[in-house]
Design a protein around this ligand. Structure first.
Ligand code: COA
Length: 164
């Protein structure tokens, strides 16, 4: 690692394309979300079609992987999804960073990027006990607009469009 990259760790956020991209996305999704949320290899195709491509009512899904280039080669350290409904009024954003890479500002970078890239007003759901994510979303300008059983629904306040 060069002295410069120690001071400014190099990360990039790239759109997922093609089957190879889908495999990376599944791998990093499994690593970031933990055992309860894992997608099996057999379920990969259905997962890609249902979640990442178009499921009913969804007009557009944009998938991203966040890469660290601080190590020996590029390493996928997180993912982000933007799912936009057919009415194009809201875009649901979600994402995660692999556990060993959390706490370095990359989650903030990822969710800032997702809000800026969303084609419509971003919203998300977060479990009430997930205070790390909840605090992050508050700092990024999300406000609670609704509640479900164990989940807050949050929407980005003061969102002026993806060209903001
Ligand atoms: C939520 C998540 C994406 C944050 O990523 P991260 O890289 O660890 O976060 P960052 O280092 O960018 O920190 C951003 C903010 O998160 C909060 N945060 C980070 N680590 C924290 C901790 N250990 N305790 C409390 N808050 C914390 C802080 O508010 C921090 O704000 P700051 O930048 O002003 O210090 C990451 O923890 C994650 O992937 N969690 C599991 C999956 C998940 O919860 N996804 C969201 C589902 S809704």
């Amino acid at each position: 690692m060069s002295p410069r990259s120690k001071m400014f760790p190099i990360v990039s956020i790239k759109p997922v394309t093609g089957e190879a991209g889908a495999m990376v996305l599944r791998r990093v999704y499994n690593a970031a979300m933990g055992p309860d949320e894992k997608v099996s290899a057999e379920a990969q195709k259905a997962w890609w079609e249902d979640i990442v491509l178009l499921s009913p009512g969804v007009e557009q899904t944009d998938a991203y992987v966040i890469w660290s280039e601080a190590g020996e080669g590029p390493e996928a350290i997180g993912y982000g999804l933007i799912v936009t409904g057919a009415e194009r009024e809201h875009s649901r954003v979600s994402g995660a960073i692999v556990p060993e890479c959390r706490g370095h500002g990359w989650g903030r970078a990822l969710f800032s990027f997702l809000a800026a890239a969303a084609p419509a007003r971003p919203w998300l759901s977060v479990r009430r006990d997930n205070l790390t994510a909840f605090n992050l979303y508050l700092k990024l300008g999300y406000v609670v607009v609704d509640a479900e059983e164990d989940t807050w629904i949050m929407e980005k306040y003061m969102w002026r469009g993806s060209a903001q």
